[in-house]
Design a protein around this ligand. Structure first.
Ligand SMILES: *[C@@H]1O[C@H](CO)[C@@H](O)[C@H](O)[C@H]1NC(C)=O
Ligand SMILES: *[C@@H]1O[C@H](CO)[C@@H](O)[C@H](O)[C@H]1NC(C)=O
Ligand SMILES: *[C@@H]1O[C@H](CO)[C@@H](O)[C@H](O)[C@H]1NC(C)=O
Ligand SMILES: *[C@@H]1O[C@H](CO)[C@@H](O)[C@H](O)[C@H]1NC(C)=O
Ligand SMILES: *[C@@H]1O[C@H](CO)[C@@H](O)[C@H](O)[C@H]1NC(C)=O
Ligand SMILES: [Ca+2]
Length: 527
């Protein structure tokens, strides 16, 4: 029995279903024990788990009922779309049903009766779960494929979108992109976003119905034409930056930009033959579980990985509580053939009792202190158990000790503060005159200029004298004839030369008179 399980492990990776068990009970010289492997769920028909949205409102035909015809039969416009009649309605769900053979069911748009205004439609597919594509996306159009469309993807549940592939009968004209084929890509360009003309030509609406996003052709760049060399593909997925993410999506969006024309131009007198009709969208992929699960189940309306290796989360993206003695890592396809599980470990399992709260993967024994300590604490932590924040960081009170966000940078103003450390609530220690949590403000009666300096002048206590004006609390701008920090001194008193014949004074008699008057004034008051 034990022998059988072990045998199974060693046979399985040879088949296509590689990495499909997470653990196995094996016998070794030390007795039986669990052995752990990198593992991933099987590929599934993802259209069974999708939610769809079609935009804009009113783009689906049948409300009000409408007649249409086909390119093959352009003058027999007797077909009808009527949303209120189940036999004549074409709602979005018909893109995902399973069809009886020979009977296509399809979503259909309104016709292009508003020509020349463009006929635009978005079909957005959402899984609320990261999916890794394992085969081509195949979209089947009845009555002709669009002459311009594009495919977009999101990796963050629809918050941000990125182009995935462009499709047009003339790529240059539609998107200012040269036409390329996925088959011509190389190992260094396997994740390039391109424009293809292969799926937009008119070939009769019954003949060529599908538009593809070629996942297999891209895999074949590494795995060979029949995908025989999957080991090489898995090695590349592990090592080539961005390659794995290229095949990962949470959402897909088809932007239909111009319908099939059935010829080279639009016939204005018969717009009832221009519309979109999609009978099927096939998306094949597996749940992304970071190589920590081989099962993915549909629960409460969403796909969820059944996490192993003591991981948890929708994508097994973190360690379970009490299994955070080292930081979480995705499993790895390498080394071949079983990969590395990179399992989360219980506190106290690996190295004596060295808990690192998930901020370090390594512990080390320090001989002369006789302690085991975490090495290279990440996430700005430090300490024997990575339980403190590094200098220049403070503890995030709303985060647990094993949270990646546990330490927040102090961000002290370099000039206003004494140093870049702060107290437990993020307050920095300020130099004289500076204030605020980060010491980037000045106390009252101080002004900011590469630090806080006491006001030289202001509107209250430190008034500029003799008609001088206070410039940004930094200095008084004195009228001609006066000087001093507050313009309190007459130049005459300091230097007789300034009273008569000085070039500045001669410039304006009026100013001189004013200045002298001002000089006199205190005298008058005194009397
Ligand atoms: C389709 O989605 C794009 C964004 O991906 C948006 O800019 C555009 O307005 C949408 N078009 C329609 C018809 O809703
Ligand atoms: C998405 O999945 C998560 C985790 O399963 C769930 O908590 C959330 O409610 C789901 N959101 C939607 C919009 O279905
Ligand atoms: C996960 O934790 C359990 C104890 O709850 C342990 O028996 C098991 O070996 C652990 N698995 C891995 C992969 O470390
Ligand atoms: C504090 O931790 C919480 C929980 O992880 C996080 O959402 C928040 O962004 C953190 N605050 C800062 C300032 O990093
Ligand atoms: C941090 O410093 C600020 C300002 O000096 C003070 O109000 C606060 O109480 C201090 N927090 C702690 C925990 O000492
Ligand atoms: Ca269908």
């Amino acid at each position: 029995m034990l022998y059988l399980a072990a045998l199974l492990v060693h046979c399985v990776p040879l088949a296509m279903g590689q990495y499909d068990i997470c653990k196995s009970w094996v016998t070794t010289d030390d007795g039986p024990s669990w052995e752990f492997y990198a593992c991933q769920p099987k590929a599934m028909r993802m259209k069974d788990y999708v939610t769809v949205r079609v935009d804009p409102a009113g783009i689906t035909c049948g409300d009000p009922p409408e007649r249409f015809c086909t390119h093959e039969n352009p003058y027999l416009c007797s077909d009808e779309c009527d949303a209120s009649n189940p036999d004549l309605a074409h709602p979005p769900k018909l893109m995902f049903d399973s069809e009886d053979e020979g009977l296509a069911t399809y979503w259909q748009s309104v016709t292009w009766r508003r020509y020349p205004e463009p006929l635009l439609a978005n079909i957005t597919l959402s899984w609320n779960k990261s999916i890794e594509l394992t085969d081509d996306i195949v979209i089947t159009f009845e009555y002709g494929r669009p002459t311009i469309m594009m495919l977009e993807k999101s990796l963050d549940n629809g918050r941000t979108w990125h182009p995935y592939q462009y499709y047009a009968d003339d790529c240059m004209e539609a998107f200012s992109m040269p036409a390329r084929r996925v088959r011509d890509l190389s190992t260094t360009s396997a994740n390039r976003v391109l424009c293809t003309e292969e799926y937009s030509r008119w070939a009769g609406s019954k003949k060529e119905k599908t538009v593809r996003f070629e996942v297999r052709d891209r895999f074949a760049i590494f795995a060979g034409p029949d995908l025989k060399n999957m080991d090489n593909l898995y090695t590349r997925l592990e090592s080539a930056k961005g390659l794995k993410d290229f095949f990962t999506v949470t959402d897909l969006r088809m932007r239909l930009l111009r319908p099939a024309l059935g010829g080279t131009y639009v016939q204005r007198e018969n717009l009832y033959k221009y519309f979109y009709a999609v009978s099927n969208i096939e998306v094949t992929g597996r749940c992304k579980c970071n190589l920590h699960a081989n099962l993915c189940t549909f629960k409460e309306g969403s796909l969820q990985c059944e996490c192993e290796h003591n991981t948890t989360g929708q994508d097994c993206g973190k360690c379970k509580k009490n299994f955070r003695s080292r930081s979480w890592r995705a499993g790895s396809y390498l080394p071949l053939p079983n990969g590395s599980p990179n399992a989360c470990a219980a506190a106290g399992s690996a190295f004596g009792n060295c808990e690192c709260y998930g901020h370090s993967n390594r512990c080390s024994y320090i001989d002369f202190l006789n302690v085991v300590t975490c090495v290279s604490c990440k996430h700005n932590t430090r300490g024997q158990h990575c339980q403190h924040c590094r200098l220049g960081f403070y503890r995030n009170s709303s985060a647990e000790l094993d949270d990646e966000n546990v330490c927040i940078e102090c961000n002290c103003n370099q000039i206003g503060s004494m140093h870049d450390r702060c107290n437990e609530t993020g307050y920095c220690e300020c130099r004289e005159g500076a204030t605020g949590p980060k010491c980037d403000d000045c106390l009252p009666n101080y002004y900011w200029r590469q630090g806080c300096f006491p006001n030289v002048c202001d509107d209250e206590l430190l008034l500029c004298q003799n008609g001088g004006t206070c410039y940004q609390n930094q200095r008084c701008i004195c009228p001609v004839g006066f000087k001093g920090v507050l313009c309190q001194q007459s130049r005459c008193e300091v230097d007789k030369k300034d009273c008569d014949g000085a070039p500045g004074a001669r410039g304006s008699l009026a100013a001189l008179a004013l200045a002298m008057l001002a000089l006199q004034l205190p005298g008058w008051v005194d009397l």
